[in-house]
Write a protein of this length. Structure first.
Ligand code: ADP
Length: 467
């Protein structure tokens, strides 16, 4: 399986989605909280202004009672001196709608008289509040109408400009930090999501390695004892069970193979004897020869299988000696040259003069023969097979590159399993044990065996041995 396929694409990752959710919820909550506070402040400001206006009416009424109308008019003129005339005005009305007094109204040119009904209502009830939208002014005017005597109504108008500026400043003061918090929240959310999901990524990585064949891998259990630790424990327990089952199955297969060996050897001996006692061209001789061949095939399969088990378990003894790998490859090429010619496949090798290392000669010979045989077997006539050996002093790389049919991505990990053969290769001779044996032998030397393939264009098998 290619790493590109197994890696979760970033834009689809859970961490990214969590971050987006977190940022969205965070921004939404902040905006909601701010809108709530903002609305409360706006209402409070309006209420306070209305209370002030109503309070002014009450104060004028008290002044009228104590000092008379002249004093009220004097106070009104005083309150609208200079700049104040731009923001507020006062008018004194008789109950019959006659204007008694008006302060400077230059800043309120479009201001008309209030409806007569308002005077009656103001005399009968509490002060009446109204918002006036005057076409010549940028901001509305809040006005109050209240009776200060039985027949005298005061009208006080005040621009809401100051209040609106205060609320606008408040809005600016809130919005800038809100944006900063949301912007800071995105990396913080990404960090927290990645941290929280690290355990899941560990499980995914281990599962990927196991899918590629490393059944002995386990997930590290985090010390926090949280849900991820529990997931890692359950996952590891499941792997223990699977590994025990696989080992059990393998042992059973090995025992079965071992037990089949002796009867098969006896059947083979009997078939050989029957062949020897029959006349050369007879049907009995031919049947006995077929039985001997089939027994040989089965015995070879059993032996190879047992050899793989022995090598994988580390019980096999390696006959280490000073081996010239370049020479082994050269000999193998000579041996397979006729096979290559028969198949009309061009065989080339780029080898150094020598390449010495400590290894088991016979096992390496089998690895080379198997990989070379496969390369020739799975390359159609007219194709080519190229072998290369590169020694960098610490590491030796031996590659078998062919221009054959290639291997599908989903089959690449499976071809190293025992008895695995792709459907396409069933027309070719073989038992599906060659690559499993190669892998066991390379690993027994502490090396690695890998495959890269471009389906339809060919495959490259690489043996890496370390000094
Ligand atoms: P066998 O060749 O006997 O079938 P192996 O274990 O050597 O068994 O190979 C297992 C499978 O891997 C083959 O059946 C084939 O499908 C695939 N294979 C191995 N080598 C190559 C190659 N060079 N090109 C294409 N497929 C290959």
């Amino acid at each position: 399986m290619s790493s590109g396929q197994t890696r979760i694409r970033r834009r689809h990752s859970l961490a990214l989605r969590l971050t987006l959710w977190y940022s969205g919820i965070f921004a939404g909550s902040c905006a909601l909280a701010f809108a709530f506070v903002y609305a409360l402040i706006v209402v409070a400001v309006q209420e306070r202004r209305d209370e002030d206006l109503s309070g002014d009416v009450a104060e004028f009424a008290a002044l009228y009672r104590s000092d008379g109308q002249a004093r009220v008019e004097h106070e009104m003129q005083l309150d609208t001196l200079g700049e104040e005339a731009q923001k507020s005005f006062f008018r004194l009305w008789a109950r019959d709608g006659r204007l008694v007094l008006a302060t400077d109204l230059t800043a309120f040119p479009a201001l008309g008289p209030p409806p007569a009904s308002l005077f009656e209502a103001a005399v009968a009830n509490e002060p009446i509040l109204e918002t006036l939208d005057l076409p010549t002014r940028d901001h509305p005017v809040r006005a109050v109408y209240g009776a200060i005597a039985r027949d005298l109504i005061v009208e006080i108008g005040e621009s809401v400009e100051d209040d609106e500026e205060f609320v606008a400043a408040l809005l600016r003061g809130f919005v800038a930090p809100l944006f900063t918090f949301v912007l800071l929240g995105v990396p913080a959310g990404w960090f927290l999501a990645r941290r929280a999901l690290r355990g899941v990524e560990d499980v995914t990585r281990t599962a990927t390695e196991i899918a590629a064949g490393a059944l002995d891998r386990r997930v590290e259990v985090p010390g926090e004892g949280d849900e991820l630790a529990r997931l890692a424990q359950v996952f590891n327990a499941m792997l223990d069970r699977i590994q025990a089952l696989v080992v059990g199955l393998r042992e059973m297969a090995d025992h079965l193979a071992h037990d089949l060996r002796s009867p098969l050897t006896r059947i083979r001996a009997a078939a050989e004897m029957a062949q020897a006692n029959s006349s050369a061209e007879s049907a009995e001789a031919s049947l006995a020869a077929t039985a001997t061949e089939e027994c040989d095939r089965l015995l070879e399969m059993i032996d190879t299988n047992l050899e793989i088990t022995e090598t994988e378990s580390g019980a096999a003894y390696l006959h280490l000696a000073d081996v010239d790998l370049a020479l082994l490859v050269r000999d193998a090429c000579e041996l397979f040259q006729t096979v290559a010619e028969d198949r009309r496949v061009e065989l080339n090798a780029a080898l150094p003069a020598d390449c010495r290392l400590r290894a088991d000669r016979q096992r390496l010979q089998r690895v080379i023969a198997n990989l070379l045989d496969n390369a020739l077997k799975y390359t159609p006539p007219g194709g080519r097979v190229a072998i290369a050996l590169v020694d960098d002093g610490t590491r030796v790389r031996l590659t078998f590159e062919d221009s054959g049919e290639g291997i599908a991505p989903e089959e690449r990990a499976r071809i190293f399993e025992r008895f695995y053969r792709s459907d396409r290769s069933r027309s070719q001779p073989g038992n599906g044990l060659g690559l499993a044996l190669c892998l066991a032998n390379v690993r027994a030397h502490g090396g690695e065996l890998s495959v890269a393939s471009d389906p339809g264009r060919g495959s490259t098998f690489t043996v890496t041995l370390f000094r």
